[in-house]
Ligand binder design. Sequence first.
Ligand SMILES: [Zn+2]
Length: 328
Amino acid sequence: MTVRSRSAVTALAGLTVGAIALTGCSAGGPAAPGPNDKIKVVASTSVWGSVVQAVGGDGVEVESIIEDAGADPHSYESSPQDAAKISDANLVVLNGGGYDDFMTQVLGDAPRPTVQAVAGGGHEHGGHSGDEHGGEPAGEHGGEPAGEHAGHDHSGNEHVWYDLHVVHEVADKVAAELGKMQPAKAQQFEANAEAFEQQVAGLEGRVGEIAAAHQGKPVIVTEPVAHYMVEAAKLNDVTPPSFVNAIEAETDPSAAAVADIQNAINARQAVAVLYNPQTESPVTRNVRTAADSQHIPVVQLTETLPQGQSYVQWMDAQITALQGALNR
Ligand SMILES: [Zn+2]
């Protein structure tokens, strides 16, 4: 058997499994997990999947739908296999904010315990009106932002896993949902969440060090993926608005917008360029080349985890890279 025909058979087998799982699933979702079952959790991306794994430990079986570190999650289209996995989950963890609408679309009117990272409000979640869990915000992030989060409502930027407060809150929410399903393990889930949150607090401390050393330094971004971290590090995002607006509208920047960002880099208006390789385009590649030729450090900040890394390892490495660029 050739390699090619074997992969075709595997693909077919996958389809069949998907079809069985789909038909085997009632409108109300899968049966509740027994006390010794692993709780099946589906997360939209490997980022949230890693958070769930940290909290659930060996009490959960986690599937992340978007795992490819080379692909752009913004343009992800879910497959029938994805739909089968989502429909079979005891708990669904999603980002919200328009980032992973396919999750809510698959669930449709079938209610499912759900943790959503982006607080509700200002975003459309198609076909989700019947699901009381769907719009549930993570922790204190519901409704009006308060305290440290004043002016920080997450409606403009969906990349909330760069906001370490949100990650902390999602971990708490996941622990609470898992604990409801298996009360005997609730304490363990809570302890796991606390250990994870301590690591996240360590990351926050490192971002605070960047703020203390580099407050106000100008940076240019090819996509505001790390917006909340830039904010927490008190850096000054000086990316020309014409460019940012085009990227956020998911349109090609105009020639004038491209000229604006090129000029800003050629005039060395930023001390670092923050580059998202997962949403790269010929335009952003040119930005990167211009930065290289001006000897402006380029820091890669991504949407999802590199293969084999946990959330904390990944974020820690990214913070190190940012710090290194700013120290140069
Ligand atoms: Zn993005």
